[in-house]
Ligand binder design. Structure first.
Ligand SMILES: *Cc1c(COP(=O)(O)O)cnc(C)c1O
Length: 388
């Protein structure tokens, strides 16, 4: 079976993890600040907070931004459920903004229109979570301008976009956002097994996220609210969690990030090759907008309108040929949990159409051209022989 995504693990990665196993620290220890510093340096951002998943990073980012019950968070429907769930963890209300039919990222026009209406109804969001779908950066500077105008915070879900750039600016630099979140799940660009990170240029947000990842506890003498009564003294100052990353994971991350450029280049090479080979089939291919370099976490194609009714058939056919195609995404607002909360069909038509036509083809750095040719040929056979 050719998987849709897969990690790349080398002997150096294995050695890095084993050396932590032989050391004194297994949980959050000296490898964490080293990993955080290397990501911060690579992205050109001041602060990085490593945690055990992107989901945890989204949660503590929302808390650090002060998102509370009665307030609102908006994201897109074509994302993983975690981008929306973080609002509900904080007791806040969730809503969605439809996507652009070409970039498949949050539509700036729809966002602007929705903000005008929300302002009129006194229902403006506190936080907006744009998602860099498949690794292509969103129009961050446009969202940031709206953020200044309407007074909301921007929390980038860059789970797909580690290593991507917009106008030469790495995603994660937080040039146009308050906080950026990365995922290091094995299918993503670099991995720590499970893991995530929150990046920011704001010292206070960074401090709050560091506190929240470990029970809201500090041991910093300069931060104490009460007087220390001994060397054992520490203080819990807020309600935090155990969202710590282990040193085993950070060591793997440190080893992986050294190959980030290599991974992103190879993904772009394979994506360009897909686009050249699939040209002419009844498919809408991914478009990288001017000024963007995509990390190509996913290579997603859409069936042309007159072929959408074959969606299920393509999946069955490709999977029967040992090609594990996937769907990104079933729209979040159509999940049973969200339907129970008042969402349903017809609210976000572009994202819904996307979910009915999209196919994620296999793409990972070690994919061979031979495997890719097999995927392309199988798709050609499907269109030219199976359904004609
Ligand atoms: C993978 C992913 C997440 C969650 O990442 P975890 O590290 O598994 O918690 C969140 N948002 C998006 C868009 C993702 O793709």
């Amino acid at each position: 079976m050719i998987p849709y995504g897969k990690q790349t693990i080398t002997e150096d990665d294995i050695e890095a993890v084993v050396s932590v196993l032989r050391s004194d620290w297994l949980t959050q220890g000296p490898a964490i600040p080293r990993f955080e510093q290397s990501v911060a340096d690579r992205m050109g951002v001041h602060y990085a907070v490593a945690v055990n998943s992107a989901t945890s990073a989204l949660h503590i980012a929302c808390l650090a931004l002060g998102l509370r019950s009665g307030e609102r968070l908006w994201t897109v429907p074509n994302t993983f459920v975690a981008s929306a769930n973080c609002a509900l963890y904080c007791g806040a209300m969730i809503d969605f903004v439809d996507i652009d039919p070409v970039t498949w990222n949050m539509s700036i026009q729809k966002l602007a229109d929705k903000l005008v209406q929300a302002k009129r109804e006194n229902k403006l969001p506190k936080v907006i979570v744009p998602v860099h779908f498949a690794g292509q950066p969103v129009e961050q500077e446009a969202i940031w301008e709206l953020a200044k105008e309407y007074g909301f915070h921007v929390l980038e879900d860059a789970s797909h976009a580690v290593g991507a750039c917009r106008h030469g600016e790495p995603v994660g630099s937080c040039r146009w956002s308050d906080i950026t979140v990365f995922s290091f799940h094995p299918v993503k660009i670099i991995t720590t097994g499970e893991g995530g990170m929150a990046l920011t240029n704001d010292a206070d947000l960074a401090w709050r996220m560091e506190m929240l990842r470990s029970h809201g506890i500090t041991r910093d003498p300069g931060r104490m609210i009460r007087k220390s009564d001994g060397p054992w003294y520490y203080e819990q100052q807020m309600l935090g969690f155990n969202y710590r990353m282990t040193d085993l994971q950070a060591a793997l991350g440190l080893s992986q990030i050294m190959r980030l450029n290599q991974f992103v280049n190879r993904r772009n090479e394979l994506a360009a090759r897909y686009s050249a080979l699939l040209n002419g089939l009844p498919l809408q291919l991914p478009v990288v907008s001017p000024g963007n370099q995509s990390a190509f976490h996913l290579y997603v194609v859409l069936l042309a309108n007159d072929h959408v009714h074959h969606h299920r058939h393509v999946f069955d056919y490709l999977r029967a040929q040992a090609i594990n195609v996937n769907l990104h995404y079933m729209p979040v607002h159509l999940q049973p949990y969200y339907r129970e909360r008042g969402f349903g069909e017809g609210l976000f038509p572009v994202a819904e159409a996307h979910g009915k036509a999209s196919i994620t083809l296999p793409l990972f750095p070690r994919m061979t051209e031979c495997e890719q040719d097999h995927v392309v040929k199988t798709l050609m056979t499907f269109f030219k022989e199976i359904i004609s």
